[in-house]
Ligand binder design. Structure first.
Ligand SMILES: Cc1cc2nc3c(=O)[nH]c(=O)nc-3n(C[C@H](O)[C@H](O)[C@H](O)COP(=O)(O)OP(=O)(O)OC[C@H]3O[C@@H](n4cnc5c(N)ncnc54)[C@H](O)[C@@H]3O)c2cc1C
Length: 393
């Protein structure tokens, strides 16, 4: 594992920095700085995606033939780190990091030709319909019924915790097409248009007072069979492929930015006492360990290995470090960390509008990031995967 950047890598880093300095408008940078969740609203993320797309940099991990920039793993890591340091708004992962790679792996030529360019440009905004009331960790028990009717499936049931369903014009989802055999064997992967008659999106407001997740109801929704990805009843294989990417690493640069932010808060609040410095040192050690592990996975990826169960380990460590950093920030702010400050927001936005920067963002960030150890497969489930597949228990 070589941690030193080559001359070529340093030149690339300088190119990325120069691009970010020119292209990241103050408004976009502010949106990135004040983001209190992993998901940035599309009114900020989409303009940024369009700027990146024009440069050919919207999808760093896509192969060149589908519109990726053709970077190697080190360049991708440099790009992610520079974007985090510059507070660039995060791009929605549902299209670029989830359904895009799935279509490359399992889509028909027609599906690839239609959807991939629209994902890249941001013309389609996707949401992920996996979880249901009663089917989260035990996802294979999902019940959203898809009955065959000629060239269509007819969907009845509901999905829950669907991030940004209120903005999305497309959903990729898992439906039940058979009740024979093991539950995993009767699941099919479908793409659908959110404007199809019979779909209703109802908001779920989080503890931080934000509208990020939803419950989506399906009442006899007709979906063409041409929108199926992979064979009928083999959606579980497709879904598992996607989850490996959902859990993938790359969190160290963002965690480093979080540490700097918390250090600044503590200095400003005169709370950088001995106990605080000890907690900071522990968190810094954890982030350094994550950085090393992510670099190791990167070098394995470069030699053609899939992320595999290592992505579970990175997910557990990354989300726990994130929550630890939030807790240090809250402790440093003391009485200024108050959830009611989140009321001072731009309407309909998860980006606070006014007030002392840290007080406004620390508590909503802390509350939202509690969810990080739940979504994408809870940390208990990740530990179970590590126990079985890594430790052989
Ligand atoms: C903010 C947020 C955004 C989300 N976005 C989406 C989205 O866009 N699309 C989507 O499909 N889903 C989404 N989810 C859903 C997410 O994937 C589920 O919440 C998650 O899989 C856990 O499922 P559950 O909520 O049903 O909890 P449960 O599965 O009921 O789990 C409850 C608790 O029991 C533990 N537990 C369960 N089974 C075991 C076991 N076998 N061993 C040990 N412990 C266990 C869990 O770890 C957890 O602590 C989102 C969730 C959140 C919080």
């Amino acid at each position: 594992m070589n941690l030193d950047l080559s001359g070529e890598d340093l030149a690339f880093q300088a190119e990325v920095r120069a691009f970010l300095a020119v292209s990241l408008t103050p408004e976009l940078r502010r949106a990135g700085e004040r983001l209190t969740s992993v998901f940035c609203e599309p009114r900020y993320s989409l303009p940024w995606q369009r700027i990146l797309h024009a440069k050919g940099w919207a999808a760093p991990s896509w192969p060149k033939e589908h519109g990726g920039p053709g970077w190697n793993d080190v360049q991708r890591a440099i790009f992610a780190a520079e974007c985090a340091r510059a507070s660039a708004p995060s791009l929605a992962p549902m299209g670029l990091k989830m359904v895009g790679p799935v279509l490359m792996g399992y889509g028909t030529p027609e599906q690839k030709a239609h959807y991939l360019p629209r994902i890249l440009s941001g013309e389609d905004y996707w949401c992920q319909g996996y979880s249901e009331p009663g089917s989260g960790s035990d996802l294979a028990s999902l019940q959203l019924q898809a009955l065959s009717d000629g060239d269509h499936y007819v969907l009845s049931g509901s999905k829950i915790w669907t991030t940004h369903a209120q903005f999305a014009n497309r959903m990729f989802c898992l439906v039940r097409t058979s009740r024979e055999g093991k539950p995993q064997q009767g699941i099919t992967f479908l793409l659908l248009d959110m404007a199809t008659p019979g779909i209703t999106v109802k908001p779920i407001i989080t503890l931080a007072g934000e509208h990020e997740v939803n419950q989506v109801f399906f009442d006899n929704v007709r979906v063409p069979k041409a929108n199926r990805v992979g064979p009928e009843n083999q959606g579980w294989t497709v879904a598992k492929y996607l989850l490996e990417f959902e859990r993938g690493g790359g969190s160290a640069p963002g965690l480093g930015v979080g540490l700097d932010r918390v250090a600044g808060v503590a200095r400003a609040a005169h709370a950088d006492d001995r106990a605080h410095r000890r907690r900071m040192a522990e968190a810094e050690i954890a982030v350094t360990a994550i950085d090393m592990s992510e670099r190791r996975v990167l070098s394995e990826l470069a030699s053609g290995k899939a992320p595999g169960p290592a992505s579970s380990m990175l997910k557990v460590n990354g989300t726990e470090a994130m929550q630890r950093i939030d807790e240090i920030g809250i402790a440093a702010l003391g009485p200024y960390a108050h959830v009611e400050q989140s009321a001072a927001r731009e309407p309909g936005s998860n980006i606070p509008a006014v007030g002392p920067e840290q007080g406004l963002t620390a508590m909503p960030r802390y509350l939202n990031n509690r969810a990080a150890s739940i979504y994408g497969g809870s940390n208990e489930i990740q530990r179970d995967i590590i126990a079985r597949l890594v430790l052989g228990l």
